[in-house]
Design a protein around this ligand. Sequence first.
Ligand SMILES: Nc1ncnc2c1ncn2[C@@H]1O[C@H](COP(=O)(O)OP(=O)(O)OP(=O)(O)O)[C@@H](O)[C@H]1O
Length: 952
Amino acid sequence: MAGGGGGSGLSPSRCGASLRGKCAPAPGFPGTAPVCAGLPPALLWAPGFPQKGLVLRVLPCSLFFLRILACSVKKNRYFLLIICILSCSLFLFLCLLARSVKKNNIYIYYISFVQVPLYRAMDNEGKSCIPAELSDILESVSFLDLVGKPSPMESTVLYNPEEQEAYQPLKVFLRVRPFSVAEMENHESQGCVTIEDPQTVILHAPKESAAMKNSERGIGQSVHRFTFSQVFGPETTQSEFFEGSTKEIVRACVNGVNGLVFTYGVTNAGKTFTIQGTSKDLGILPRSLDMIFNHIRGRQYLKMNFKPYLSNDVKKLEDAQVKQEEAIKAALLASLKEEMENVSGAVTNMCHVELTPSNYTSKNQPFDPLEKNFVPLDTHRTNTEQRTQASVWISFCEIYNEYVYDLLSVLSTSKNQKRRVLRICEDQGGNSYIKDLKWINTQSTEEACKILKIGNKNRSFACTRMNEQSSRSHSIFSIRLLKLTDEHQPHVLGVSELSFCDLAGSERCNKTQAFGDRLKEAGNINNSLHILGKCIAALKQNQNPKMKPSYIPFRESKLTRLFQPFFCGKGKACMIVNINQHASTYDETLHVMKFSAIAKQVIQTILPKSLGYFPPKLVGGDGKPIVRFDVNASLDDLPDCTEASTEEEVDITILSHEDLLKTTESLKEKLVAERQSKLLLEVKIRREMAEEMFRQLLETEEAWSNRLEDLKDSYEETLESKFEMYKEAIKKHAYMCAMEQIEDHYVPIEEFIAEQEKVEDRESKILQLERQLDEQSQRLLALGSPNSDILTTENGTELDLANKMMKRANEGLQKQCTEKDELIKSLKLKIQKLNETLLEANEGYRKMAEENSRLKHTIMLKDQEMNNLQNWAKRVLELEETVSSLQKELERKKHFSAEEPKQQKPRRGLLANLKSTVAGTASTPLGKGWGKGEDISTPSRKQVLFAHKTKE
Ligand SMILES: Nc1ncnc2c1ncn2[C@@H]1O[C@H](COP(=O)(O)OP(=O)(O)OP(=O)(O)O)[C@@H](O)[C@H]1O
């Protein structure tokens, strides 16, 4: 099965390759749209551009204008700015008129009704950037394309009928299998499936099903409705089913479009029956074969010298190779003798009864019931139609436990012989194909059916509880149709492929009661189907522009790798969902239906033949190309690497004991050689690492010393600034205190002296008065004696007068005394206050002294820090010693390894600096103020402190 297909033209990858170097793909353009998006060169106004199609590249042009705009604003060129704005407006106006048309999956933008091209892109050499392929497309844009088509899809439909099918939802057909008598007896019929109309089916959950139990619990529903492209009921015959489902895809195949039909469903749902049918009631595969052979009747190429090769190519065989092919076919057919007659009879019967109402007998009959429906093989080559011939080749393989096996390999009679595992490879277009898969030339439906039967015999069938003839693998039957010109000068026109994939049942492990190998099979089947489901879900998600694109895990299973091309536009796919109506398998059936509901939403993008694939190449018997169909392709595109496999896989169980021993021996030798080379590599790496470490050590050392220097400087600066700050603070504080005291208790000295003088004056007056008082008292005493009586009598009046005077004087004196006492009291109060102020000043001074001592302590601590720094410096010296010892060690090693001594890097002045720093710090007081840059005339910090102390 290959992803490639017929038709000439460019595959996306080739198209990308041819454009590379000229222009990058346009990021904003839909589809592949490789229309010169890089826009590196100049834009040229070219009214005379002779092309009819106008390429209006909105995004790059907008960017270009924006750039000019930004530039002009930056450089203040307002004239340019105005021109730019005007051009932008014009451009936007033209954009509004712009329409797009899709030609061969490339979106071409043009301006409606305007036949004058706007510009074209030029490369650096002045040549047109538009690749030749695109120019052809542009040439082919008709006026019809340029008018009145709102969407690219519509324009596609209008332009080319072949591209009508470019976008269509994946066709999903449902086939409901009838009950067998045994199943009816087992009460499997509980009305689970109701066909509402030809597109809709309704599932009713039976009582025992998990779906019903869930719905009773309020989770989910018991009734589900599903729509399909077409629903085929139990009464549908094989013929009706073929007509309604597969015929279209077979028709497309004979017209050169690849096709894939795959069946999906639980085990025992009728998948194999649908594809292969029985000998009496043939399925879609033999019917498709019959349709193809009927179609090519009379134009069949009977020789075997053209054979399918890789994914999409054709190999021209030498005579010997042709004989070999014939022998292989004969051997294959010989392995099936007994069924021949049955098959032959059934096919002939089918042809008689169903396809040819009257006289169809054999392949030589000219009757073709499909002829009227069919487009000729090559519609675009009607002149060569008469000479066109077709050769049919078939292959049959299975994917069992994630291994691909060829079902047409003739197994030897030896029971121990293991089947050969085939690899899935990719050609240069990224199309998967199965390497070494046998392709057998067939000349009739009967022959093909025989070969199918042989393949079936080799297929991995195993009896499960649910289906006695259950297929435990995914089988793929492929038909390749080679379209050739006349026999004399053979020429390959195209290759198309139709594949039928009968997927293994999607049942759950517990239902089938699988153990051992069966459990492993079920696990692998479930896994590959799960990945198919993931791919389909991711495809659906990616087609929704509102959702974030997600990774499509095609490569996670063999099945999806082979299906990938069909989901990537290189063919048509159609899904057949088979269900039975059993109540016991309702939940599995519901799961299948939900899966198919997602698949139905996938939109298939079928690339037009002209762009979709590589054209087929004709290669010789040696695999080298003989005829190249793409004249533009470079030699690099030749299939020289047919082994472009992406994964290496060998089933070692097929090897004999001796082979295994030999393999082990050779592997051991390889291991030893590998170890030796690894050892050498390790030595080399270690040496490089040591050098690198040494270099890093030096760098670290330098960095550390720099950092040390910086730290020292910064500490010095900090200390100095702090010291200055404290000094200032102390000064300020002392000044403030003094000022406050002065303000509170200030008495002018003159006032004080005047007051003192007053006090002294008053005291002297008091003394004088006291003396007078004493004198007066003595006189009074003298008067009081006997003599005094005489005096009294004699001088009575005089005495009275004197007494009165004395009394008055006494009173005056007492008054003066009280005044003086009060004055003395107030003066004493003042003195007391002054004493208090003095005490407070003393207290302030004491505090300042304390602050001073604290500062001294801080300075002491900083000194200690400086000492620590000195210790750091010592440590660096030690490191230096270590480094030098390491250096010596390295030199010794270098000498030992007899390598060229490398010149040692001159050590930067780090260590020298450190040494000098340490020496400097040891000989001079630390700190910037006391350090190397200090002026000798300025006093050192210690001197300042000492002076301060002495002041204290
Ligand atoms: N439409 C039908 N009409 C009559 N019989 C049918 C129909 N579909 C299936 N059967 C019968 O049902 C049985 C199971 O069918 P079949 O083997 O095709 O199932 P299956 O899905 O391929 O199972 P498995 O996945 O296990 O291979 C067969 O005996 C087949 O003849």
